[in-house]
Design a protein around this ligand. Structure first.
Ligand SMILES: Cc1cc2nc3c(=O)[nH]c(=O)nc-3n(C[C@H](O)[C@H](O)[C@H](O)COP(=O)(O)OP(=O)(O)OC[C@H]3O[C@@H](n4cnc5c(N)ncnc54)[C@H](O)[C@@H]3O)c2cc1C
Length: 493
């Protein structure tokens, strides 16, 4: 049986981040991925000569010197992945009830622009902006350089409501809608969303929203390559089916149609219940705990309509556009798709839009009747549902931006079931376990488990998204390498 220092289960951004960090620091690592390609939500697919991204449409804190850029530097991929900053004057455009609000990059510019739209709310807007960045700045490059990976911001703000914080700071209902306008990015719901996730996601975008050019798969491929250059392995078509325990420790993992793999440490990036469902029964992990994990609520999924546009037809706007019918911009199970996000991909000369992805939140009840189907074997009714939904999205965009429909060449779709079957997330949840501010503790997970050599990472632990999973992976690797050592290495890369 082949033996490594660390085996990592899953090759999404969290698993690959662990792989690069540990391999760079001299450990022998092996990343096991069930699919034929690595990347999880970083995966892109190609159709008709175009590249479509599935799970990353912008990445925050990507300007030189900011946190995500620093990680890319440390990973050794900053020069290998092509990124472009979104429009500094309007990285995001919120179209609410037919009126456009453009959101600029930069914390003070953000506060100033919103104050221009809502002059009577200037004081509350400044207060709100300061609150967001107080939380967002609880992690950052400066702290890493001092050897600190802090969770203080999380401890203090996971139990704070995002909606109530907005409401406490500003009174104008249209402004409240603007501040919650990108809720699709963090699985936002008025009744549950916490202010920590809000600040990490929204704050990092205000600071430095960028997109990856050439497909987010290039990030996954560059990271896998870095692991291999450091003598690590990334094995695809390697589905872990059992995490075996002997003498209170993980002894090895079984991999479908392959030899078992052994290591000193194991890091699982999978949805938490899936990890523990695969783990041998052991007195350290009580059945009641696993039952509780299996019952946790998850965030909604996302339905994506991927559109290949006719060449040189739709001028490129370097902004991601949200459409909301009214100022109630939060998602909720009672409301049918109140939100849509439009993400364009530019042509090589940046003048035209080659590809547009339209994303809407989707709750399980909307696709539950096809739960029993699997990829490649879905009934006709499911295909019709996907076509209907895609047309609904296109109609909505056309109503707000007439002329769009005639630019369309080809349409492809994915539903939460597609995500379920590609990344093994329950019901295709977009962001994993839902963090409810009203009772956050049962939905937060330590990277440590009661099995000393089994660690966890992944989007369900604390915060999802690029920054969320990268920082969580740092915490997992810090258990092996030492927090201060690792933080300084990243911060000073
Ligand atoms: C539609 C959508 C849009 C998003 N947009 C953004 C965005 O614009 N910006 C942003 O920052 N974040 C965005 N996110 C969130 C972000 O993509 C995720 O938070 C992040 O990618 C999760 O990474 P992960 O490594 O935890 O999980 P995943 O990417 O899901 O990776 C898990 C991996 O584990 C593998 N796996 C599962 N079971 C096994 C097994 N038994 N054996 C081996 N391998 C296994 C899976 O195949 C997968 O590759 C978006 C998410 C979605 C769904």
């Amino acid at each position: 049986m082949k033996e490594y220092d660390v085996v990592i289960i899953g090759s999404g951004l969290s698993g690959l981040s662990c792989g690069v960090m540990l391999a760079k620091e001299g450990l022998s690592v092996c990343v096991l991925e069930q699919h034929s390609v690595c990347g999880g939500c970083l995966q892109s697919f190609r159709r008709d000569g175009q590249t479509f991204d599935t799970g990353f449409h912008y990445i925050g804190s990507m300007a030189e010197g900011q946190l995500m850029h620093q990680y890319f530097k440390y990973f050794g991929i900053a020069d290998r992945v092509r990124t472009i900053a979104l429009d500094a004057d309007g990285y995001e455009t919120l179209n609410i009830g037919g009126r456009e609000y453009t959101i600029p990059i930069g914390r003070q510019r953000f506060a100033d622009r919103l104050s221009e739209y809502f002059p009577s709310q200037r004081e509350g807007i400044q207060q709100f902006t300061n609150r967001v960045f107080e939380v967002k700045d609880s992690i950052g490059v400066g702290l890493l350089r001092q050897g600190i990976i802090s969770l203080d911001g999380a401890r203090l703000n996971m139990s704070v409501s995002a909606a109530q914080t907005i409401d406490n700071c500003v009174t104008d209902s249209a402004l409240r809608g603007v501040l919650a306008g990108s809720s699709l990015l963090y699985g936002g719901e008025r009744a549950t969303s916490n202010f920590y996730s809000y600040s990490m996601v929204v704050g990092s975008n205000i600071e430095g929203a960028s997109k990856i050019l050439g497909g987010t798969q290039t990030v996954a491929d560059a990271m896998a390559d870095q692991i291999q250059r450091a003598d690590g392995e990334v094995l695809t078509r390697a589905r872990v089916s059992r995490i075996a325990v002997a003498d209170g420790q993980v002894s090895h993992v079984e991999v479908a149609d392959r030899e078992p793999v052994r290591a000193r440490y194991y890091i699982s990036s999978l949805y938490p219940a899936h990890t523990f469902n695969m783990l041998d029964r052991t007195p350290a992990i009580k059945k009641v705990y696993i039952n509780r994990l299996n019952e946790l609520k998850n965030t909604y999924g996302v339905f994506s309509t991927y559109i290949k546009l006719k060449p040189n037809k739709l001028p490129y706007r370097n902004t991601n556009i949200y459409i909301h019918s009214d100022a109630n911009t939060w998602a909720s199970p009672e409301k049918r798709t109140p939100t849509m996000l439009f993400c364009p991909t530019p042509s090589a000369d940046m003048r035209w839009t080659d590809v547009a992805t339209l994303l809407i939140p989707m709750y399980h009840s909307e696709f539950a009747e096809w739960d029993g189907s699997s990829l490649g074997e879905r009934p006709q009714s499911y295909e019709e549902f996907k076509q209907r939904t895609a047309q609904w999205c296109i109609d909505l965009y056309e109503r707000h931006y007439p002329g769009f429909r005639e630019c369309i060449d080809k349409v492809y779709t994915s539903s939460p079931l597609t995500f379920r079957d590609y990344t093994s997330t329950p019901d295709g949840t977009a962001y994993g376990v839902m963090k409810n501010y009203a009772n956050p503790l049962p939905t937060m997970f330590s990277v440590r488990t009661k099995i000393p050599n089994l660690l966890l990472t992944g989007q369900s632990l604390f915060v999802h998204g690029a920054i969320g999973v990268t920082v969580t992976s740092t915490l997992a690797c810090a258990e092996i390498l030492g927090a201060e050592y690792l933080a300084r290495k990243i911060g000073n890369a």
